[in-house]
Design a protein around this ligand. Structure first.
Ligand code: HEC
Length: 154
């Protein structure tokens, strides 16, 4: 009997996950899909701008991604993209969720099904990791130039 109960529990908890419902209950207070900024960024187009593994990692421990956490495997170093996103929406830091890859996929499926484009601040931020890297490199270069110019003046 115990086994049967446990089995039904496992079955219902893994199969009953409803991406749309979960989003509305746990994410919609801070995120729109195509409606622009709220406390957090518009999540329309999320599956296009971030890799699934990044999303899983971020959603489960936003602070670790934004600030880095030496004691947490996989979060030792702050993530450049997460830092940029936080810079746009601070001081609010997204609360930690407990969602596995399958569940995130269900949420992404729901977001994509609405076929919306992102609005708001997130839409102005470079959308891919590659683009963010490029942007950072440019910033560094400019800082170096400025530094040189300042040295010359002395
Ligand atoms: C209390 C408000 C709040 C809730 C609830 C919330 N978030 Fe967030 N979320 C944020 C904020 C604010 C950011 C921007 C980063 C930061 O400041 O932490 C963010 C960023 C994100 C990002 C990064 C977006 C990007 O373009 O890089 C993802 C993905 C995300 N949230 C998913 C979710 C999901 C999925 C849920 C529900 C399970 C959720 N969030 C619930 C506030 C929230």
């Amino acid at each position: 009997m115990k086994f049967v109960l446990m089995f039904t529990f496992i079955l219902s908890s893994s199969f009953a996950f409803d991406g749309a419902k979960h989003f509305k209950q746990n994410c919609a207070s801070c995120h729109t899909i195509g409606g622009g900024d709220k406390t957090g960024p518009d999540l329309a187009g999320l599956s296009k701008r971030r890799k699934i593994d990044w999303i899983v990692k971020f959603v489960n421990y936003p602070e670790g991604m934004i600030s880095g956490d030496e004691e947490e495997e996989g979060y030792e170093k702050a993530d450049e993209v997460a830092k940029k996103v936080y810079a746009l929406y601070k001081p609010t830091m997204m609360p930690e969720q407990e969602l596995d890859k399958k569940q995130i996929k269900a949420i992404l499926k729901y977001i994509d099904s609405l076929k919306k484009e992102p609005k708001g601040k997130i839409a102005t931020l470079a959308q891919t990791k590659k683009a963010v890297r490029k942007e950072l490199r440019k910033e560094r270069k400019e800082a170096k130039k400025l530094n040189k110019a300042q040295k010359k003046q002395k």
